[in-house]
Design a protein. Structure first.
Lengths: 287, 120
């Protein structure tokens, strides 16, 4: 055998979400502090391929990236064909806490990007004591619609190509071509209406602004890392949220866009490793 | 820059392929200057510079000369790197048949960014 085999293992978990059985795909690598990764709207856990493959991280962290139901290799629940998919704050937060519990992740670090960067703010507000630390990538507390996702799920528009086109532009022109187009490919593989269903949370329902002042980062540290080329969750959007959260630590990542972990893995890991080291040092100090 | 698009696009199969089913005429405005582009199977068949009188088009993409010049830099600054970046900042307007525009969004993004290849 001569193929290079990654140390990443993918498995399926059966669990109930909102009282309905689900088959959820997750990948994991490493041992130690659990690090649960949340992919962006309309994509899947492959975005975290570099984090899962980084020995400097997996030496000390059990990295877990799951595909949300409807995304990647996770199935939608039975009966999906009868209605539209729509993500909400309650549904999203409930899903993350259930997955963490059912996979036996004890006081995990949760790291999410875009919609995941939004929901970590809700987790910081509602579940700080159950979590070790939170890392928001491309975090914003709210976003207004500047394009109509109606066209992303329309029989006369190729959804894969349209969703891919939206994702394409959100990346930095300085990120490596191959990684950018890999990121676009994930978007092109999304199911019909899934990206726009996630955008219901991102552009309509998921408004975390009122909770920001209540977040206690002394209970659960909060790190916010944002790529400068993102115009969906821009550095200004992250800084506006952080200004209302005492103790939030902001890093603006030069030359990166909306999908830092996927569009430019090497540059992103350079920003992530010190954050994880910080979290590990704090964990050692506490034990 | 718009007049350079036939040479920039038609020679680049990596762009043409995304528009292979597009047969349409659309308008691009660079400030006050109008350009009518006709696409056949992803190739830019013609670019007509205005003023145009009573011409029909499927959709229009309008931005100021300054916005386009920032968009066409070799490496645009953050906030100017993509058509949708201009859309979010309110510096581009999409008019007409949005379905066609969205169906060929990837093609249009690549076509309209092609002048970056000529930037110093």
């Amino acid at each position: 055998m001569s193929a290079r085999i990654e140390p990443v293992v993918g498995r399926y978990a059966h669990l109930d979400l909102e009282g309905r059985p689900h088959r959820v795909y997750f990948e994991e690598a490493g041992q130690g502090i659990p690090l649960l990764c949340l992919h962006t709207a309309g994509s899947d856990g492959r975005q975290f391929r570099a984090v899962l493959n980084d020995p400097a991280i997996t030496r000390h962290f059990r990295v877990v990236a799951f595909d949300m139901p409807w995304h990647g290799k996770s199935s939608p629940p039975a009966g999906w064909e009868k209605g539209d998919y729509e993500l909400t704050t309650t549904r999203y937060t409930g899903m993350i806490m259930t997955v963490a519990r059912e996979l036996g992740l004890e006081r995990p670090v949760v790291m999410g990007c875009s919609i995941g960067g939004r929901i970590v703010l809700d987790l910081a507000f509602k579940h700080a004591r159950e979590l070790r630390a939170l890392i928001g990538l491309q975090s914003s507390a709210f976003g207004t619609r500047y394009y109509d996702p109606y066209w992303l799920n329309h029989a006369e528009v190729h959804g894969g190509q349209a969703c891919g086109a939206v994702a394409y532009g959100l990346m930095s022109p300085l990120s490596p071509e191959a990684e950018r187009w890999e990121t676009v490919w994930h978007y092109m593989q999304g199911g019909p209406g899934v990206f726009s269903g996630d955008l219901h949370f991102y552009q309509v329902e998921g408004d975390i602004r009122a909770c920001l002042g209540e977040i206690d980062t002394s209970v659960c540290p909060l790190y916010l890392l944002t790529g400068e080329y993102d115009y969906s969750a821009s550095p200004a959007d992250t800084q506006a949220a952080a200004a209302k959260i005492q103790g939030a630590k902001v890093t603006i990542m030069k030359g990166l866009g909306h999908f830092p972990m996927s569009e430019n893995p090497d540059a992103f890991l350079g920003h992530l490793r010190p954050v994880l080291e910080d979290i590990r040092t704090a964990a050692r100090g506490a034990s | 820059m718009i007049d350079k698009l036939p040479d920039l696009v038609n020679a680049d199969s990596a762009i043409v392929r995304w528009g292979r089913h597009l047969n349409a005429t659309f308008l691009v405005e660079v400030g006050e200057v109008q350009y009518l582009l006709t696409v056949r199977a992803g190739r830019i068949e013609s670019v007509e510079q205005g003023p145009l009188v009573m011409r029909a088009w499927s959709f229009a993409i309008r931005a100021s000369a300054d916005a386009w010049s920032r968009f066409w830099r070799k490496v645009p600054e953050p906030g100017w790197s993509d058509l949708f970046a201009l859309l979010r900042r309110g510096d581009v307007r999409f008019e007409g048949d949005q379905r066609v525009l969205m169906a060929y969004l990837l093609y249009l993004k690549l076509v309209l960014a092609a002048p970056r290849k000529l930037a110093a």
